[in-house]
Design a protein around this ligand. Structure first.
Ligand code: BG6
Length: 530
């Protein structure tokens, strides 16, 4: 095959060949007709099959409201995998083998008959496919259906307790897609309802950012190298900037977005997780609880905001019309299923503080938005300035280089690029070649694509495999998700109590509202242009 040669030539790339497999199991996907199943879950499972990471005994049972036969479900999934798999074209022989394990059960979440049909189907699958009574329930459905599905599974006896499971040598686990709740109260209620059916060790709350290679690499970069840890804190760091910028708009998900806004869609989960991994102390091991304990400590150290703090430290925006990559883009309020007078935010920027010994006084400027100038997720650690005395003369001599670039001493920046162009870049000051001592900011770059090849696993591959193996490190624990909401609730409550908000409109394709620039300007700082 064309791709095997470079893999063989570059020993670093060997790491990409899967050497772990999941336990034999049947994955039951609720929401089998949905977008997530088509775009992410099924392509991820197919790629796991390609990498021989799926267990010998494996099957997928799709559950959905629409009427489908096993055959039509398989055909639909083949189409989805052909369109969305990272490996193209689809391998006919592999697919033929994979699709034999796919079947479909029709039913609604709140109908007890659904669970009777599901139980019968799982009995069949367990005996025919060698899935050993192990069941992974994946809830790829809106949060309003979490409760009814958990109740249905419990009432039908499809969930057993870990004790009974262990005795029988089997397991059942449940995976929840985000958003996990709407605020702290609803997340707690959801957690209580889940706890009535499942033990926490059986619960896997997905935040797909944690499955991204570059996000996992944050812990490796910080704790497997000597270089970074000694300078990682208030003594050396001036500020941290975290950006989750998307070019896309709401893409047909207007109804969903009207409920969530960017705060609940990205900030409360993906962005908070990036902040935790950046700020956390070294865990004592990579076990699920050790890592999650440290993240929870960060969340609990975050400085709560009262209403005044929110108005000073949080900026919202909503995209208006504009140009994205030269193409006209509609305003948020013109998107399908969005109210014409909607005040839902599609952009948020915040100034946060982690009030612990390591980070006291260091601002974390975080922002997330849709329809911004560029798709980029980045964590930038900006270090303090050095005293300028030594190079004062050089600075006076020429602030602008011959090519128009700026000269002088700027702070060192370590930028971790989560996506795209995954990598790490260290910016530091260097002397321009020549007779004079002119200083220039230069970059030392590590790029995943160059070092390891670019066909890295998708987040969902890693997460599905981990769930099949019962490894919970990359999933969010109950207290963690509640701590995330507790922090964000201050913001949501302040907004709710200040009456209907009117977020400033920013042009699609820009870097957000000018109020976000003012937020940093007040501190004498500026957003990076990643
Ligand atoms: C999802 C959000 O969780 O993450 C989407 O619901 C967003 O609105 C997506 O577009 C971004 O994920 P990624 O992996 O493309 O950065």
């Amino acid at each position: 095959m064309a791709t095997s040669e470079p893999i063989a030539l570059n020993p670093l790339r060997r790491g990409l060949v899967e050497d772990r497999t999941g336990d034999a199991c049947a994955a039951v996907i609720f929401g089998a007709s949905g977008d997530l199943t088509r775009r992410k879950l099924m392509p991820a499972l197919y790629n796991l099959a390609w990498g021989r990471a799926l267990p010998g005994g494996f099957a997928v049972v799709g559950v959905g409201r629409r009427d489908k036969t096993d055959e039509s479900f398989r055909a639909e999934m083949r189409e989805a995998v052909s369109a969305f798999s990272r490996r193209k074209p689809i391998d006919g022989a592999l697919w033929a083998d994979f699709e034999r394990g796919l079947s479909y059960v029709r039913g609604a979440a709140n109908d007890p008959a659904t669970y009777e049909s599901l139980r019968a189907q799982l009995e069949r699958v367990d005996s025919e496919r060698g899935t050993r009574n192990n069941h992974l329930f994946y809830l790829a459905v809106p949060p309003s259906e979490f409760g009814p599905i958990v109740d249905g599974l419990r009432a039908s006896g499809l969930v057993s307790t870990p004790g009974r499971d262990r005795a029988a040598g089997t397991w059942s686990r449940v995976v929840f897609e985000k958003p996990f709740g709407h605020d702290l109260a609803s997340a707690r209620a959801l957690n209580d309802s889940i706890a009535s059916a499942f033990d926490e060790s059986q619960v896997f709350r997905i935040d797909h950012y944690l499955g991204k290679e570059t996000v996992q690499n944050l812990l490796v970069m910080r704790f497997a190298n000597l270089l970074f840890e000694p300078v990682w804190g208030r003594e050396h760091v001036d500020q941290v900037q975290i950006t989750v910028a998307e070019e896309i708009g709401v893409e047909g998900r207007g109804r969903f977005y009207e409920q969530t806004g960017v705060t609940r869609d990205i900030v409360e989960n993906h962005l908070m997780q990036l902040l935790c991994l950046t700020a956390m102390e070294p865990p004592i091991s990579l076990s699920a609880d050790a890592v999650r304990d440290e993240k929870v400590k960060v969340l609990r150290s975050m400085r709560p905001m009262d209403r005044d703090d929110v108005s000073h430290n949080v900026v919202r925006g909503q995209y208006g019309r504009g140009l994205v990559r030269g193409e006209p883009a509609a305003a948020y309020r013109e998107e399908p299923d969005v109210a014409p007078g909607s005040n839902v935010e599609t952009y948020v920027a915040m100034r946060c503080f982690v009030d612990n010994w390591r980070w006291s006084g260091v601002p974390f400027y975080v922002r997330a938005g849709k329809r911004l100038a560029r798709r980029v997720t980045e964590i930038a650690v900006v270090f303090h300035e050095v005293p300028q005395t030594l190079f004062r003369a050089a600075r006076a001599a020429g602030a602008v280089a011959d090519d128009g670039g700026p000269r002088g001493i700027t702070p060192n920046v370590l930028a971790v690029r989560i996506q795209p162009d995954e990598g790490i870049s260290l910016r530091f000051i260097s002397k321009e070649p020549g007779q004079q001592t002119f200083l220039r900011d230069v970059a030392m770059d590590f790029r995943y694509g160059t070092a390891f090849g670019s066909n890295t696993p998708e987040a969902y591959e890693r997460l599905l495999l981990d769930a099949m193996r019962g490894e919970a490190t990359l999933f969010t624990r109950r207290d963690e998700v509640e701590a995330q909401w507790e922090y964000m609730d201050h913001v949501l409550e302040a907004w709710a109590s200040s009456g209907p908000p009117v977020p400033p409109i920013y042009a699609a394709g820009s870097w957000g509202p000018s109020e976000a620039d003012d937020l940093l300007a007040r501190d004498g700082r500026r957003w990076r242009k990643p």
